[in-house]
Ligand binder design. Structure first.
Ligand SMILES: [Fe+2]
Length: 261
């Protein structure tokens, strides 16, 4: 399995503080069947920025230890870029922020309680300039809890959706789990990733979530969400998806939870 969203580098964000904890996360991931992890430290334009050199150096240090312990795991560079007005320029000017530095797919997250004004327009403009946004964990955003159909149009346009393994397993609450299952059923999920931050509380494990997803969408489809699809993303290749099975008609309550900025 391939995990395209993992805060595994030490001392870069709210993930592990020490290299020892990062290494323990690697052991947990490998035991779960994960072979590739994309290290995605938070990147908040103008606020919290990890440089390309820092990310590369930390990956090299961690991979040395992974090899010393003969852990069967590869770590690739990436980032989780917070969606702000400056985000498009940062992505366009800093290829290393894209997944595996491939200059095509990038992982972006909204703040949890709202979506920014013009979020759809910004994502579409990125698509038109050759980038593919991968929207991180919308199932945890209260806007999409009230408006799951809000994802349909943007997914139809080519934006990909990543949901979090612990959302699927119910460890982040029943409401989030319900929405995760709903999105899976309606072809609104392209990737399941761990969004792990720790070796204790938010751990890098995918297998249980895939098993639950298999009961909803079938084994082959569930497996693709952690194998062939993330492989295409890390490789910068195109993947064809079945269309969403949900109308993208906006409901009357649409305007709530839109962040004015
Ligand atoms: Fe994250």
């Amino acid at each position: 399995m391939i995990d395209i969203h993992c805060h595994i580098l030490p001392g870069t964000d709210d993930g592990p503080e020490t290299i020892e904890e990062s290494l323990e996360m690697c052991r947990i991931a490998a035991l779960d069947g994960i072979k590739v992890i994309v290290a995605t430290p938070h990147f908040r334009p103008g606020i919290s920025e990890s440089s390309q050199e820092k990310v590369s150096d930390l990956i090299a240090i961690l991979m040395d230890k992974v090899k010393q312990e003969c852990i069967d795991l590869q770590i690739l560079p990436g980032s989780e870029v917070t969606f702000t007005a400056e985000m498009p320029d940062y992505i366009r000017n800093n290829e290393y922020l894209t997944i595996n530095g491939n200059g095509r797919y990038f992982l972006t997250e909204f703040y949890p309680s709202a979506v920014p004004l013009h979020w759809e327009t910004v994502l579409l403009s990125m698509l038109h300039s050759g980038y593919v946004p991968v929207l991180a964990h919308p199932e945890r955003n209260s806007f999409f809890m009230n408006n799951p159909e809000g994802l349909s149009a943007i997914v139809r346009s080519g934006v990909l959706v990543q949901i979090t393994a612990m959302s699927v397993t119910g460890e982040l609450g029943e409401e989030i789990q319900r929405l995760s299952i709903f999105l899976l059923k309606h072809n609104l999920v392209h990737v399941i990733a761990t969004d792990a931050h720790s070796s204790v509380h938010r751990v890098p494990m995918l297998a249980e979530a895939v098993s639950i997803a298999a009961d909803v969408i079938g084994k082959e489809h569930a497996s693709a969400l952690v194998t062939s699809v993330p492989a295409a993303i890390t490789g910068g290749k195109t993947v064809i998806f079945p269309p969403p099975q949900l109308s993208d008609q906006k409901k009357k309550r649409w305007p709530q939870n839109i962040l004015m900025q």
